[in-house]
Design a protein around this ligand. Structure first.
Ligand code: PLP
Ligand code: COI
Length: 341
């Protein structure tokens, strides 16, 4: 299979249309059979539920070329489960898990020429999403929906590649107590746009959001969960009902415990504890594990001992092991790698 003429090593995290995408429609009943298409546009009612009341949710996962030349995805069953949770919370019909996985296989296979080669530094990002497509004007769920999925080759999520990031504690919230912070609703990201533009203008890479109830605990950033390594060598991550249950973070906690033999803990983490941390990383499909060098809390600078030049040693091991599993260099736990080709 001849690959597309893309400068893989130069890719950032941006949309590049590829040849094929998948779509299935729902209208008063089961989802239709679904099909691939070459049309990258969507035509819907001006009063569609997604346009008027943000009735939409999405997922993000990646396809990788392994060292021995296969194309695989990482734990797509968990993305299907999370999309189900998101759909239910937004009063949308569930797209069945086996059909979700079938669609991943079809879209990736159809776009094989766009899957970045092994060792290129790039991967293929897969974006499943669904939305209310028919007209609603009173506030109520749509009765018609589209489930779609496209792919796009990507490089590192943060500008400048893998380098320690500077974060700030945000004055804004991305979620509400008992709101939708724990699902992947488009509205959560709209909530974060003002804060991220402002953070970038002020010279920060990302915002850390606090728990919206008491604003005393660390939650997550706009697009990734957070892991810390404490000065006594434990891997800790915030426990909260208003953060997205990151598949990367859940996987990294297993890697830390079972592959690296580290003590791991999911617990409430208070803002006042930041000084006890040796390393910090942002984890997600897009972020992989991106090291954090500095956190600024309204003038108080917390400089992680791992510094601004390199990943901390534990973060590096987590990164190497996770990407090793994804690229087929390290044996994966049963069921983590879903081979497409
Ligand atoms: N938190 C938020 C808000 C996200 O948008 C993402 C990205 O999907 C994550 C965490 C990481 O989740 P995952 O590891 O499943 O990609
Ligand atoms: C992902 O990591 O898949 C996400 O959806 C994060 C998003 C901010 C790009």
């Amino acid at each position: 299979m001849e690959k597309k003429n893309v400068n893989w090593g130069e890719l950032g995290f941006a949309y590049m249309p590829t040849d094929h995408r998948y779509g299935s429609n729902y209208k008063n009943g089961p989802w239709d059979d679904g099909a691939l298409s070459t049309d990258p546009t969507v035509a819907i009612s001006e009063s569609a539920g997604v346009l008027q009341y943000a009735q939409t949710c999405f997922e993000g996962l990646k396809a990788y070329t392994t060292e021995d030349g296969h194309i695989v995805t990482f734990r797509p069953d968990l993305n299907a489960d999370r999309l189900e949770a998101s759909a239910k919370r937004l009063q949308m019909p569930v797209f069945p898990k086996e059909r979700f996985i079938d669609a991943v296989e079809k879209v990736v296979a159809a776009n094989e020429a766009w899957v970045p080669p092994y060792g290129s530094g790039a991967t293929m990002y897969i974006r499943p999403y669904m939305f209310g497509s028919n007209a609603v004007i009173g506030v109520k769920p749509a009765t018609e929906y589209q489930f779609r999925m496209f792919v796009t080759p990507v490089g590192p999520y943060f500008k400048g590649g893998v380098r320690p990031l500077t974060l700030r504690i945000s004055d804004y919230d991305r979620a509400a107590p008992r709101g939708t912070g724990n699902i992947k609703a488009g509205l959560n990201y709209a909530m974060s746009l003002y804060a991220i533009v402002d953070a970038h203008e002020q010279g920060y890479d990302e915002n850390i959001y606090l728990d919206p109830g008491t604003r005393t605990r660390i939650e997550e950033t706009g697009g990734a969960n957070i892991l810390f390594v404490t000065k006594d060598g434990k891997v800790v991550t915030p426990k909260s009902n208003s953060i997205l249950p990151s598949i990367t973070r859940r996987s990294l906690m297993i890697v830390a415990k079972d592959y690296l033999g580290l003590e791991v803990e999911e617990r409430e983490i208070y803002l006042t504890e930041l000084g006890d941390m040796a390393e910090c990383g942002l984890c997600g499909t897009a972020a992989v594990i991106s090291p954090v060098g500095k956190i600024v809390d309204h003038g108080r600078e917390i400089c992680l001992p791992s510094g601004m030049n390199a990943m901390g040693p534990v973060t590096q091991k987590l990164y190497d092991t996770l990407t090793g599993i994804q690229m087929g260099r390290i044996e994966a736990p049963a069921g983590w790698i879903h081979r497409i080709k």
